[in-house]
Design a binder for this molecule. Sequence first.
Ligand SMILES: Nc1ncnc2c1ncn2[C@@H]1O[C@H](COP(=O)(O)OP(=O)(O)OP(=O)(O)O)[C@@H](O)[C@H]1O
Ligand SMILES: [Mg+2]
Length: 453
Amino acid sequence: MWKVIVVDDEEAVHRITKIVLSNFSFESQKVRLISAYSTNEAKLEIKKNPDTALVLLDVVMEKNSSGLDLVKYIRDEMNNKNVRIVLRTGQPGQAPREEIIFKYDINDYKEKDELTSEKLITTVASSLRAFRDIITLESLKKHLDELVEERTEELKSANEQLKKEVLERKRAEEDLYILNNSLEEQVRIGIEKQMEQEKLLIQQTKLAAMGEMIGAIAHQWRQPLTAVALLVQNIEDAFDYGDLDRDYIKEAVQDCMGQIKFMSKTIDDFRNFFKPDKEARPFDVVLAVREVLSLLSGQLKNHGIDVTVECKCFASKSGCRFKNCEESEITAHGYPNEFKQVLLNVLENSKDALIGKKAKASVEKGYRGEISIDILYKQKNDKIAIHIKDNGGGIKSDIFDKIFEPYFTTKEVGKGTGIGLYMSKLIIENNMGGALYAENIKNGALFTIELHK
Ligand SMILES: Nc1ncnc2c1ncn2[C@@H]1O[C@H](COP(=O)(O)OP(=O)(O)OP(=O)(O)O)[C@@H](O)[C@H]1O
Ligand SMILES: [Mg+2]
């Protein structure tokens, strides 16, 4: 039902309008006419019916401008912009059409004469259509507003959430910053501790190396010290027996000096050995063997041990014997003094084995300790091999795998430290790139030292 208010002080106008619109309907809805005869009545009706679609408004009522005042009232005071207002005037001269249409918020301005029933219906229909459009638009707008509001709410809460998250993140970042700082501090302390420990370790390593060096020197000095002690005692005996002549003294001094020189050399050699910057150089293997044997020969002789040396040099087709061998023919690359220490260790082990065997009750009659040294040079692969053989009974199978381990010894306390072979292997394999290994042969052991040219 469309509400239409007719405002007019003439009863006839109300009647005619009612007659004209009695059968009128727009979009299958009829019109409900509400009559107001004065400005005040009109105001009341409009207030009562805010959903009024159209006001057919007389201009001149109590005053010439009554209708126009009501337009202002509806639009400005009541703030009703939807209702359609069609002005109807019986005195067109009072209010010129153009001026009024532009000045007032109205939808049409008609002269009463002009409004035939047909024209009134057209005017009402077009006004209702406009009202319908406004209402549709308004409800659309309302819906849109609602949507916007809803979306705004959502955005607001999303924004709140975001703010919360940002805050949490900030807090987490702060926590992280604090943690990072304390972590950095902890890392710094850790590094400092580590550095201190490293320093300690270096110090300990140095001490251990020194200890090892002292141990090695002591090991190498034991034999020459015994030899010197013996020589000194012998001088006294010789004097007692009247054997002490110039030659005797000369020989004893020479022997003593030999041992002392060896001892002094040992210190230098080991100092070099523990120095990381030592340089390898070519050296004569045969000469080195000779030097070591000359140091040991006295002791070996004392114990009745025979030593043979063979040099199998394949540099020339005919080969050569030790005595004929030119010194320069078998040259190895490495550290000659250390090589001599190794040779000494191996020979001393053989000597110990031979002495041990001789002391055994089960030893066969006429047994003689023997050491044989073969020096081989193969030009083909430029390898030098030194074989040291003895007939001291060999290495027992249950300890065979352990003899190169540090501090492994089968000797009595004070007689062996168990570092001789360990150190020897280190020297030959790590420092000279060669090889040192042992095997058992008939009646004894065979140690092989391999060197490069
Ligand atoms: N020629 C050999 N015959 C039999 N056993 C041997 C021979 N050479 C070494 N061994 C065994 O190997 C062990 C280890 O030898 P290594 O030279 O390392 O130590 P050590 O001679 O016992 O003590 P040191 O440190 O005083 O040399 C010896 O105790 C011995 O049992
Ligand atoms: Mg030894």
